[in-house]
Design a binder for this molecule. Structure first.
Ligand SMILES: [Zn+2]
Length: 210
């Protein structure tokens, strides 16, 4: 008991009254964000994080793009395994299995869409396979420059409207239309065009109006 008493004696006791503090926040105050950070499982940041979640894309475009990158879009090659459709044929071209890679880049329909919009992002080359393109766009559209923001918006909007057009074709029984998709991407972009003030990007934006 004497030893315990000696130890207790050296424990500093504040003159202020006791109070409750939230240790997950350096300020000691509870916030929802600090609780979220304390509870969430922390993993390394993925390479495509800024491409999808950075400034530029609309939230609903980002969400569909996120599902596409994780291969979670309900394309026929996936849902046929669940017994929810009778075939896995691409509804856009009718020639190949509808995989994620095929729907977003390999099929003639998305290939024509990408050909139509990539020049607005200052990209002058034909589209390549999905995984190759993902690495390229992560490298070229992940920064803070206006060009990177522009490219992020175009990348996510293009995936979103290709997916939407595909769904309208499957569930609305209408033919896919390349120009309609390009027009949708262009119109979604004008919501953000006031952000771009650099002369080079104004020139890129002007191309969308002709
Ligand atoms: Zn196809």
């Amino acid at each position: 008991m004497v030893e315990i008493s000696d130890i207790v004696q050296v424990v500093p006791i504040a003159s202020e009254p006791d109070r409750v503090i939230w240790t997950a926040n350096p300020t000691g105050k509870y916030t929802i964000s600090s609780a979220y950070e304390a509870l969430r499982v922390k993993t390394p940041t993925v390479q495509w994080a800024r491409l999808v979640w950075g400034k530029g894309p609309s939230p609903h475009h980002s969400f569909i793009c996120w599902l596409a990158i994780l291969n979670r879009l309900a394309v026929k090659a996936r849902i046929i395994r669940w017994g929810l459709c009778d075939d896995n044929i691409c509804p856009c071209c009718g020639l190949s299995a509808e995989t994620m890679e095929h729907l977003l880049f390999d099929c003639s329909f998305p290939s024509m869409v990408w050909n139509g919009v990539m020049r607005y992002a200052g990209v002058v080359r034909p589209p390549k396979p999905w995984r190759w393109e993902l690495v390229w766009w992560c490298r070229k559209a992940g920064g803070k420059s206006q060009l990177a923001v522009l490219r992020r918006h175009i990348f996510c909007a293009t995936i979103y409207y290709i997916w939407k057009e595909r769904n309208d074709s499957v569930f609305g029984n209408q033919q896919v239309n390349v120009q309609r998709v390009i027009n949708n991407i262009r119109e979604s972009f004008f919501c953000y065009s006031s952000y771009f003030t650099n002369r080079n990007f104004v020139r890129l934006i002007d191309q969308w109006t002709v």
